[in-house]
Design a protein around this ligand. Structure first.
Ligand SMILES: Nc1ncnc2c1ncn2[C@@H]1O[C@H](COP(=O)(O)OP(=O)(O)OP(=O)(O)O)[C@@H](O)[C@H]1O
Ligand SMILES: [Mg+2]
Length: 352
């Protein structure tokens, strides 16, 4: 299992390494917005609770350089943070002097020391000259949401019967250099081997370059979504809800070309279906879904990727073959006039 821990997102993939070193994807890519910036958000919320949103806004507008200094300090503190796991552990945060000055101007009745005393009666956060002295536990809480979301999602993948045999976790991306994250992962998944390469942040870039040189390293993938097109079929009152009825047809039917999790051989796997066109259907609408068997394109979890305009075909096709090719990191869709070589096509990013 490779876990790419970035700023915005965490991306998880699972591969089987073959005897010849080639990779087979065994689980479609998954992930979520629990990257390093989620920690930043918590740090900013913490400062906002103390100083107030207005004060931070004024600092940003009146003193851009000091704001940038603060951003840099916070990034540094985030990167340096290590839990010492004793009660005495503190984080010292030096903040710009104008932050305190602006606070004073905006809050004539309560100075910052009193406010901190009120918010943190056990002195979990105090002020000493231009610094906030923060209990380690409070600071480590800032990482909690991101790390918990990550471990919960990894556990959910391990819980699947076909994923039990995963024995190695490889952590890459900048956020994988975070000490408390590394420790938590190692402790939570004691029975797995955890590998964090040196310079984990640039490992992602190296991987992209290697893949660019030889795309054959990935022998098979798993479709990250279900893909298909919207079609109309003769209306059947037994199976079709009346809301999709138009004249004697049932519209918005999700015709599945490939299902989520299906095995794909890059450059080889392709699916073709033929449809009759009528005067009115000049667009082929392409959809993706996170459902295995979506019935209608209007189901929740379905999303339109784009359209192919059949008017771009030279002839007035009465029957078209829709071909989906799962080549590389993109989904290629073609509409071909049946029985001819006349085509129009489109590409969609596969990974998003
Ligand atoms: N030692 C460290 N401790 C904690 N966080 C760190 C450390 N080093 C880097 N980060 C965090 O890693 C993140 C950046 O990682 P990376 O460069 O992999 O992201 P990215 O690839 O730009 O983002 P994405 O993959 O979401 O597009 C930032 O949030 C940064 O604060
Ligand atoms: Mg990244």
């Amino acid at each position: 299992m490779v876990i790419d821990l970035g700023g915005g997102t965490v991306d998880i993939t699972v591969h089987k390494v073959n005897q010849d070193g080639k990779l087979h994807e065994v689980y479609p890519p998954s992930g979520g917005p629990w990257g390093g910036t989620l920690v930043d958000e918590h740090i900013y919320n913490f400062l906002e609770d103390i100083f107030g949103r207005t004060v931070l806004e004024i600092l940003k507008q009146e003193s851009c350089t000091e704001m940038l200094d603060m951003v840099r300090t916070l990034e540094l503190k985030k990167r340096q943070f290590k839990s010492t796991s004793d009660d005495e552990g503190k984080v010292n945060l030096t903040l710009p002097s104008s932050l305190f000055e602006i606070y004073q101007e905006e809050n004539k009745t309560e100075d910052i020391t009193d406010k901190l005393k009120r918010m943190y009666p056990k002195n979990e956060v105090t002020k000493k000259r231009g610094r906030l002295i923060i209990d380690e536990e409070i600071f480590s809480n800032m990482f909690e949401e991101s790390i918990e979301s990550l471990t919960d999602n990894i556990k959910a993948i391990f819980a699947r019967p076909d994923m039990e045999s995963i024995n190695t976790l490889v952590l890459v991306g900048g956020y994988s250099e975070c000490e408390i994250l590394k420790t938590t992962i190692r402790e939570t998944f004691r029975d797995k081997r955890v590998i964090i390469p040196e310079e984990a942040a640039t490992a992602v870039v190296k991987g992209a370059v290697l893949f660019g040189h030889d795309q054959r390293v990935i022998d098979s993938r798993r479709s990250p979504c279900t893909y298909g097109v919207s079609i109309a079929v003769p209306f059947d009152p037994q199976r079709h809800p009346p809301m999709h009825k138009y004249k004697d047809m049932c519209e918005d039917v999700f015709k599945v070309f490939i299902q989520i999790g299906e095995k794909i051989k890059p450059g080889i796997t392709q699916r073709t279906h033929s449809f009759n066109t009528s005067e009115s259907s000049i667009y082929v609408e392409i959809y993706k879904s996170i459902l295995e068997e979506p019935a209608f394109i209007t189901d929740t979890g379905c999303e339109k990727l784009g359209v192919i305009d059949l008017r771009q075909l030279p002839g007035r096709a009465t029957r078209v073959d829709i071909i989906m090719k799962f080549g590389d990191t993109e989904l290629h869709v073609e509409a071909k006039e049946h029985g001819t070589e006349n085509k129009v096509g489109a590409q969609f990013n596969f990974l998003r």
